[in-house]
Ligand binder design. Sequence first.
Ligand code: PBG
Length: 333
Amino acid sequence: MLPTQASFPAARPRRLRRTAPLRALVRETTLTVDDLIWPVFVRDGVGLREEVPSMPGVERRSVDLIVEAAAEAADLGIPAICLFPYTDPAFKTERCEEAWNPENLSNRAIRAIKAEVTGIAVMTDIALDPYNINGHDGYVVDGEIVNDETVEALVKMALAQAEAGADILGPSDMMDGRIGAIRTALEAAGKKDVTIMSYAAKYASAFYGPFRDAVGASGALKGDKKTYQMNPANSDEAIRLVARDLAEGADMVMVKPGLPYLDICTRVKETFGAPTFAYQVSGEYAMIEAAARNGWIDGEAAMLESLTAFKRAGCDGILTYFAPRVAGRLQAG
Ligand code: PBG
């Protein structure tokens, strides 16, 4: 017990929980709209939107509707939107050339948002999986995911995204050396102010399933991602990876998935004091929504509780599919 703590009955902690004003006064953490990054799925076409079956309430949108969504998010005060392309299987190859095509879906969406919407940062994903015929984040050679060749491709992808106007690059591939390589290339290309949010502690998780449906990678993926994503049993390794990525030039770091890894979020924040984000991933969203839609939990309350938990754990912000819904809710008070 802390030395200043009175004992019962001098101390009755319930006194401070008795009324809403008293609870508000002693509240330790607050979720605000400033904490939100909204991941969205981009598809081709015009005026098209379609729901992702395993993520009820989440849609793939064509570029014109992504621009609309970004404008709505900016009006709600959401600071950043993160783009994930649903790529036509015809563009998937072994060399993943579409990844650095300046006219690919993601780069067109960046340009379109930047041309029409102010007041929101655009974040990207850097990994080869949407463009890879194998569904992996890196090149596959003789059944192995090869590191250094993949990093060369990721650098080209990063430069194309920076050129298109991205504010935050999000390497999610878990190859070694990619943050340093991307940072060096950005400096050399005069893109000194483009920020990097490294998916530094990204685990080989069962909670990514619905996302792989959303980007059309589920069918393509052969095997698992355990040779590059982290073992869910590890914690010290996360600290080493965050240290490395910060040393290589990451401006912000991420832990992913979210709720099952709150202990990692806390350790990372306490160890480095760097801007630390968590990704409440597709499977986490799907679990809450599925239970809520069955009437098994109060979805609105579970959404707010889960997002508040990230703040309590020390995160500076959260990537969440709930972003517009929770922002609307916070705005309404
Ligand atoms: C791609 C990527 C994934 C996610 C974000 N970027 C999937 C994966 O690593 O297989 C998952 C996001 C989510 O589940 O919401 N590298």
